[in-house]
Write a protein of this length. Structure first.
Length: 96
């Protein structure tokens, strides 16, 4: 049996489908991609001013993204766990 693009069949041949791309999964992806985009766009932070407690912008901006990245990664993890619980419940599995 052929599947439509963007869907996945339920285990056990139930015939129902769950969408692969959901708004929640898009948010998870954006949370994980944002730090890479911010750090790879060097022209946006390759300057000295404004300084923060004597540290040039170039350095403190990157250090700030360390904390932002960890927060976004944690958020993505929690959203992914929620998504997996919802999918397990939709397939009739146990929800922990």
């Amino acid at each position: 049996m052929a599947q439509e693009a963007g869907t996945t069949a339920e285990p056990g041949g139930g015939g129902g489908t769950l969408p692969v791309v959901t708004p929640l999964r898009i948010v998870v992806g954006l949370c994980l991609v944002a730090p890479f985009v911010a750090m790879l766009w060097v022209g946006s932070y390759a300057k000295i001013d404004p300084t923060f407690i004597g540290i040039p912008f170039f350095y403190w901006y990157q250090m700030l993204w360390v904390f932002i990245s960890s927060g976004l990664t944690f958020l993505a993890y929690k959203l992914w766990q929620h998504d997996q619980r919802v999918r397990r419940a939709a397939r009739g599995g146990e929800v922990k």
